[in-house]
Structures are given as structure tokens and as C-alpha cells.
Ligand binder design. Structure first.
Ligand SMILES: [Zn+2]
Ligand SMILES: [Zn+2]
Length: 165
């Protein structure tokens, strides 16, 4: 479903603020150095495209986008760089509904996800009441929360308005 995947990327790609990509690249280089690793042209191309695109991209989608910038980059390098970005805490890996892994830039504000089961659209949301309710549950259980995953599944507004094929 190439058309659909494209739609997800377009929808998900919030345009990063001016300088944000550069800041993230600098942070990436700093953390690579801490690990005794060098930045390479290919790694940089992949990281830059990832930071520019933003959210919920699959490895295949990233691969297709990176190819436009640097046709020499192989799929294995994409995977290795994604793993590296994750180790550097610059990337979140998401697994929605046992689908393929999707990646988004870490360090943004916390948000949860709605996933349309028909078209695959991913909608981000924040709800203060839900966040607070989780703290209430934690208090009742006598536990402390480190993080959580809230994923809602169903039909998006556009799919609701369209009869099923
Ligand atoms: Zn939909
Ligand atoms: Zn997200």
C-alpha cells in the first residue's frame, strides 16, 4: 500500500522548527563521540532525514526518503543507524498493533496515539484527565510510574465518513 504509507508520513511530519534539526544533529554527534564513534556521511544523511521527517516513520519509508538524498545508503545501514539513534536516546520505537516498528524523534512533549484500523492513520493526542487518572491509579496501587503507553484503535473520522469497500 505505497499510497497509504506516503499519506502517513505526510500527515505525521510536523515541520520541525528552524534550527531544531541542527540542534538534534549536534546532539547526535555529541552522543556518538561519547560512545567513541565517529559520524559518517551516511549516518548523518540518515539522521538528518529522520529528524526532518519527524514522526512514526517505518524503516522502509525512511529508506525510500534517504535514497532521494543519498542513493548509496543501504538498508542495513538504515537499520544500524536507527538502532544507534535509539541507543543515543534520540528516537522512540513504537509497535502499534503488532505492525512493523515505527520510529519517532524522542524528546518531544509526551503524547499518546490513536491508530485507524482501516487506513493506518496515526493521530497524536494529549489528555490531561487521562494523565492524571494514571497517577490516581498509581497512588491506589502504591506504585510509581516510569512511563506508559496509551494506544487507542478504531476508525478515524475520514474512514467513518466513507463506506467500507
Ligand atoms: Zn482511517
Ligand atoms: Zn507519536
Amino acid at each position: 500500500m505505497p499510497r497509504l504509507e506516503e499519506g502517513i508520513v505526510r500527515k505525521a511530519a510536523g515541520s520541525p522548527k528552524l534550527g531544531e534539526v541542527e540542534q538534534r544533529m549536534a546532539e547526535f554527534h555529541r552522543r556518538l563521540k561519547e560512545r567513541g564513534l565517529k559520524s559518517t556521511g551516511q549516518r548523518d544523511d540518515i539522521a538528518r532525514v529522520f529528524f526532518e521527517l519527524g514522526r512514526h516513520i517505518s524503516a522502509e519509508e525512511l529508506y525510500a526518503e534517504v535514497k532521494k538524498v543519498n542513493p548509496h545508503v543501504g538498508y542495513a545501514t538504515i537499520y544500524r543507524t536507527l538502532r544507534l539513534l535509539k541507543e543515543c536516546d534520540l528516537l522512540y520505537e513504537r509497535h502499534f498493533d503488532e505492525g512493523q516498528a515505527r520510529y519517532e524523534v524522542a524528546g518531544d512533549h509526551h503524547h499518546d496515539h490513536f491508530i485507524c484500523e482501516r487506513c493506518g492513520r496515526i493521530i497524536e493526542f494529549e489528555n490531561e484527565a487521562i494523565e492524571e487518572l494514571q497517577q490516581t491509579v498509581a497512588r491506589e496501587l502504591g506504585v510509581t510510574l516510569a512511563h506508559h503507553k496509551m494506544e487507542l484503535y478504531g476508525l478515524c473520522a475520514e474512514c467513518r465518513a466513507r463506506p467500507a469497500r
